[in-house]
Design a protein around this ligand. Sequence first.
Ligand SMILES: Cc1ncc(COP(=O)(O)O)c(C=O)c1O
Length: 348
Amino acid sequence: MSTTPHPETIAVSAGRPKGIGEPLNHPIVLASNYRGEAGEYTRTHGTPGWIGLEEAVGALEGGRCVAFSSGMAAAAAAIFALAPKVLVLPTYSYLGVRALVADLVEQGRLEVRFVDIGNTADVIAALPGADVVWIETPTNPTLDVGDVKAICAAANAHGVKVVVDSTFATPICAQPLADGATIVIHSGTKFIGGHSDLLIGLCIASDDAVYDRLHHTRLVNGSTPGSLEAFLALRGIRTLPLRMERAQANAVEIVARLRAHPAVAEARYPGFGAMVSFVLAGGADAADAACRKVQLVVPATSLGGVETTMERRQKYAGDSHVPPGLIRMSVGIEHVDDIWADLAQAIS
Ligand SMILES: Cc1ncc(COP(=O)(O)O)c(C=O)c1O
């Protein structure tokens, strides 16, 4: 092909065996050890399935990918590989990442500057003297959006490395490496896998030295993905653009209907992707009742699957700072009228 392939084409074609007579998909290799004296061992050498997944994600993000056992393992690897002493972190970011960082702060190994990631001036003011800025965009669960390009430009000028957690954006809605990010991470457990049947994490870098550090980090930390999980994640990628197209169209429609509903005080939507957060005027009790009343929509904590899920977030200690009546919803690919009919009866 002479032209650069589109994401839909990359999603379908990348990461496949290419030789004549080879199967279309990499086999699921269930082996930790290899016969011989070359020292091949799965933690060090990987399996064909990991490599296929990494090729596809790397091609979608415009860099080189290292796959990990979970999104948290990928986040920890990014921190381990860049070893910051001073980290700029969004206040409203995924609670798991904040817990990881809090442990390091408690051990005296890291200083954190919390910022409002939607306020670019606030973020840029925190950069001098920092080592890494962590951009989660859109954030979990308040869906704040960071200006990746502007923050990367300022960070690069200050010699600050940039990590972007692009889990909610997916490689379909954003490619932060092109904007100057050092490492992009994904919880592949979510939209990339897309079927709520696996845990996997991904780090992508365009700089070879950063890629090498990430690869080495996986090797020494042993945070390797499973072969079955890698196979399933790559199979998920084949339909990622299609799923995102449908889920996003559903999300746009659901947000419009939520905004017109008298029980809803506020509906947040970043303008792309399939995550919606809405606040019920009746507060925590109304939100808990809605999560109990849904029948089609699944009351569940994870997100990014083909099915619509929702949950009230303030119930978690790590998210105690979000509005009590805030429900985070991951919009799936069901018919939008069926999602809405269920949601409307639950919030009414
Ligand atoms: C934005 C974000 N980053 C990272 C993670 C961690 O991913 P995992 O659960 O695959 O470890 C999550 C999980 O919910 C998330 O929402």
